[in-house]
Design a protein around this ligand. Sequence first.
Ligand SMILES: Nc1c(NC[C@H](O)[C@H](O)[C@H](O)CO)[nH]c(=O)[nH]c1=O
Ligand SMILES: CC(=O)[C@@H](O)COP(=O)(O)O
Length: 153
Amino acid sequence: MRTIEGNLTAQDMKIGLVIGRFNSFIVDHLVAGAVDTIVRHGGDAANIDKVFVPGAFEIPLAVQKMAQSGSYDAVVALGAVIRGGTPHFDYVAGECVKGLGQVQLSTGVPVSFGVLTVDSIEQAIERAGTKAGNKGEECTLAAIEMVNVLKQI
Ligand SMILES: Nc1c(NC[C@H](O)[C@H](O)[C@H](O)CO)[nH]c(=O)[nH]c1=O
Ligand SMILES: CC(=O)[C@@H](O)COP(=O)(O)O
């Protein structure tokens, strides 16, 4: 029997970050967490490319372009969708996650989902480096692990 598990080493990895600027006061903390995680796990900050897009709705297209380029081991999507008073939240968040899932499966490049989808600013703050951790860190670790898992399959 063979067991495959990915380690969390980011050495020599080239990772793309696609960042939705909307709610940037939150998203900046996710980006800082993502970069810090890559460097702490042996990656080189010089190998990180950051692409900024307007909001979560635009993230999948930029992620797709990066994934298709063949230049990245993984792409991390970072953003924050905060529910307002209309159904807009569901459309933006829904298209974002759907698009990211499609890109990951169609390209074979690991894509991780570091887009907060929350009901309030308080929930966003809690997940951007305070009491509920930092989703930017969490999803970057998942991307690193997936790169290392896929290499072994
Ligand atoms: N309301 C939020 C948005 N909305 C903007 C869309 O993502 C998009 O940029 C616009 O509809 C133009 O196509 N984006 C977020 O990232 N977060 C939100 O809370
Ligand atoms: C996530 C959203 O779309 C949100 O910011 C929009 O707010 P509203 O539904 O009040 O227009």
